[in-house]
Design a protein around this ligand. Sequence first.
Ligand code: AMP
Length: 418
Amino acid sequence: MIAGVRGTRDILPGEVERWQRLEQVARDVCRRYGYREIRTPVLERENLFAKGTGETTDIVQKEMYTFTDKGGERVTMRPEATPSMVRAFVQHSLEQSLPAAKLYSLGPMFRYERPQKGRYRQFHQLDVEAFGVAAPALDAEVIEMASALVAMLDIRDTTLLVNSVGCAACRPAFSTALVQALGDRAAELCADCQRRAETNPLRIFDCKVPADQGIIDALPHSADYLCDECRTHFDAVTSGLDEYQRPYRVSHRLVRGLDYYTKTTFEILGEHLGAQNALLGGGRYDNLVRQLGGPDRPGIGFAAGLERLVLAMPDDDRETAEVDAFVVAIGEEATGPARLLARDLRQAGLSVLFDPAARSPRAQMRLANRTNAASVLLVGEDELARDVVTIKDMSTGDQQTIARGEVSAHLTQRDGRP
Ligand code: AMP
């Protein structure tokens, strides 16, 4: 047996129904907030992420699936969606063709991380991005949308964290303050943090090493170093959230693991998820479009981890696949007509099973029981002669005979479908 690759998962029948419900809710929330779907490729040029996600991030330094293809091109299996979304926005001049440049995408991402519960090497994200609007009211709307998504999935016990990481004008002073505050203690931090202190001090807040946390907790807060514009922006975002009555907590450690963020960052945590508790995260990125060769347009968005949303969703007993009927053929000459009956009912929109192996009626009944079909339709010599079907309701055991032409209406009615 050749097992699947470490860090990847099969989503099996039984679980896939939760995924389908999640995807349906995700699409519906996006529609309500005016986002249009876009599907970008898994493969992108390596430098899209070096430039977009950022050279000093863990993702680019340690986690990318990058290889040289047979034509000698360096390609990466996307570790996140935002750079691809920006690339497509620029490459297709979407701001000209779309009334509002609001885009969403659903699909797999790839990061070479240490797998654990809620963390995989192939995982899936809903990615939501809005381009061209700098107003803080959009930040509040996007955060409100993320909260609405979580609420519509009936996920309770969540915490919304927000922060501001400042902009190109005020961040350098904050970085300097971080390095100054660290002083000699930088040498006590883990090797990663020592590197971060040199290359991108903000990234120190990403550190999960327990021994480092005391030092990190004592570091200055980005919110105390904001320029006037960033301060005003952040205040407007939080008052927007107050108006929406979405409770939030300002978390000064929320700098997020990507380099492109400016001003607002946010995350929603799930209480019952263990160590990997971030359901979704995002923020504003006012320089990224220009950095990737596009016009000078602001952007904001978030990515939600579908595996974690599925883990956090409550159980739902609607989620077993419903089989409306199992057609049992009794005797050889019933096989053809039974097969056609199944086809006709399927055309009428019902979920119908039929045993193509034409086993004995008893074996077919056993199969019908195992598949949990709502009804069993018996077609035998007698039924054929009278052009009827015997319907057995599997929940009550009641049996009745119905004209063949009425079966579909009868089953649909029983189902409560229109
Ligand atoms: P990020 O793109 O790192 O900001 O992550 C956004 C969201 O994607 C997180 O909040 C998680 O829900 C999810 N996520 C990120 N990395 C993984 C992973 N390795 N496995 C599963 N979900 C992930």
